[in-house]
Design a protein around this ligand. Structure first.
Ligand code: ADP
Ligand code: 5GP
Length: 187
């Protein structure tokens, strides 16, 4: 099996993507993060250019027109997209790149780079646990929370086309499983 350069981690909102991404980036210094463009507001703790490129709607639409994005989606009333320049960074530097993107974006990435991509889905142990984790994170209004949960079922149903499904129950076990996927596919 060839070495995989592009690894996408998807999950319903609150599924654990940020936590797992942070862990993998700490554990494997050779892995770089694909910084997506978005029009959503930054959360406290998020850094422009590190977590996302936070853009205006106008600027994002310009990127679409100029064909600067590999894929993009409108999610929860905002645009999110993967920049061609980010993926180029991984290719030019021969590095493994980690993507925190939604299920459709992940499948689209695999379509563009079928031989280089693996897709990991973090499944919540139950709907109740997912709700509890999202609420605990406390970054969404009641309405935003509803929108994010409404999308979760569709996302879970699309995960059947992923290479790996990891049930994110005990966090330490999840981190170990994802580490193992990186060791097997990317080292
Ligand atoms: P996402 O990036 O997919 O939206 P986060 O990584 O922000 O999700 O996780 C949502 C919340 O749930 C965070 O507060 C996170 O610390 C917590 N969390 C994630 N995985 C677990 C787990 N296995 N057990 C307990 N809490 C978790
Ligand atoms: P959040 O607002 O919680 O950071 O992200 C909302 C959703 O957008 C998550 O499912 C996240 O994975 C997804 N997302 C982030 N960046 C991109 C991207 O570049 N493309 C796509 N398709 N989805 C993304």
């Amino acid at each position: 099996m060839g070495k995989k350069r592009l690894v996408a981690i998807s999950a319903p909102s609150g599924g654990g993507k940020s936590v797992v991404t942070r862990h993998i980036l700490n554990k494997f210094p050779n892995v770089i993060f694909s910084v997506s463009a978005t029009t959503r507001q930054s959360r406290p703790n998020e850094i422009d250019g590190k977590d996302y490129f936070f853009l205006t709607k106008e600027k994002f639409e310009e990127l679409i027109k100029q064909n600067e994005l590999i894929e993009w989606e409108e999610l929860f009333g905002n645009y999110y997209g993967t920049l061609k320049s980010e993926v180029q960074k991984a290719i030019d530097n021969n590095r493994t790149m980690l993507f925190d993107i939604d299920v459709k974006g992940a499948l689209s990435l695999k379509k563009h780079y079928p031989d280089d991509t693996i897709l990991i889905f973090l499944a919540p142990p139950s709907k109740e646990v997912l709700i509890e984790r999202l609420k605990k994170r406390g970054t969404e209004s009641e309405e935003q929370l509803k929108n994010r949960l409404a999308r979760a079922e569709m996302e879970i149903s699309m995960s059947k086309d992923f290479d790996y499904i990891v049930v994110n129950d005990i966090l330490d076990e999840t981190l170990q499983k994802v580490e193992q996927i990186f060791i097997e596919n990317c080292q």
